[in-house]
Design a protein around this ligand. Sequence first.
Ligand SMILES: NC(=O)c1ccc[n+]([C@@H]2O[C@H](COP(=O)([O-])OP(=O)(O)OC[C@H]3O[C@@H](n4cnc5c(N)ncnc54)[C@H](OP(=O)(O)O)[C@@H]3O)[C@@H](O)[C@H]2O)c1
Length: 278
Amino acid sequence: MADIDFTSQTTIVTGASSGIGAAFARALAQRGSGVILVARRLDRLQELASELEREHGVRATPIALDLSRPGAGRTLASEVAARGLTVTGLVNNAGFGTDGPFHEEDPDRLQDEIAVDVANLVDLSRAFIEPLRQAGRGILVNVASMAAYLPGPDMAVYSACKAFVLSFTEALWYESRSSGLRVLSLAPGLTRTEFFDDLQGGAYSGSYQTPEQVVGTALRSLDRGNRRPSVVSGRGNALAAGAGRLFTRRHAVLLSGSAGARSRNTAAAAPAGAGRRM
Ligand SMILES: NC(=O)c1ccc[n+]([C@@H]2O[C@H](COP(=O)([O-])OP(=O)(O)OC[C@H]3O[C@@H](n4cnc5c(N)ncnc54)[C@H](OP(=O)(O)O)[C@@H]3O)[C@@H](O)[C@H]2O)c1
């Protein structure tokens, strides 16, 4: 199976102002895809767009958008149309997590989390699925998480959001099989990004991947054709995600809760700068 030809394609990458999204934008531009970079921090998007145009000769279009606001799909579709761009691919990567016991969490922040991680991921997918299917040669990647595979005590809403992303994307994979569009749910494990800056507990202990490794996992899977609806990045992460299926629901949540607490305790005792689990 030949690798995907991204030349003369245009791929939207949400959350392109840092971390995994910026790595996606760089990898896609390197392979010849024009990119539409979406996030709130316009200065970062502009800087990345200049870098990609200079280094790869592709068109890179920054668009500032707050994905916690309702109707992001239609807003972005009209911004894209106003610039005369035809979209062939979409990477729904923007997202953030909240942590702590559910009864202590800020309700407004939870609403924003569901809006960014779930509601607008669906809205963007719906807004662009028809042109993506018509183009029939691009990608639709939705970034889930290892957290999608088990309930997550102390990250209850985040884990549930990512379980939604996994289930939703696998269903779209099935519906897209004859369209030429390659659909993939991507589950990173611990990845060295700004993700942990938002968490009350900070980062977690464990082994971290780089954003480039995570993006490499996704693109390798997509290059092999539309064979897999979902992929977990990192061999150890894939084993851990699969292991959840060996347990009863009760044991799975008990295990997940105690593993999370253990990584936090390890991290709390660790010297500054040492990692903690996600
Ligand atoms: N890092 C990990 O260990 C890990 C593990 C599993 C899954 N993930 C998932 O990977 C994805 C990327 O995260 P990351 O690790 O690369 O973290 P990151 O470095 O914090 O990047 C998050 C991106 O999402 C954007 N974003 C957040 N809220 C937004 C909003 N309201 N409107 C528009 N854009 C928004 C941010 O841009 P602005 O702030 O500029 O808006 C940023 O570009 C997320 O879906 C995350 O859940 C990460």
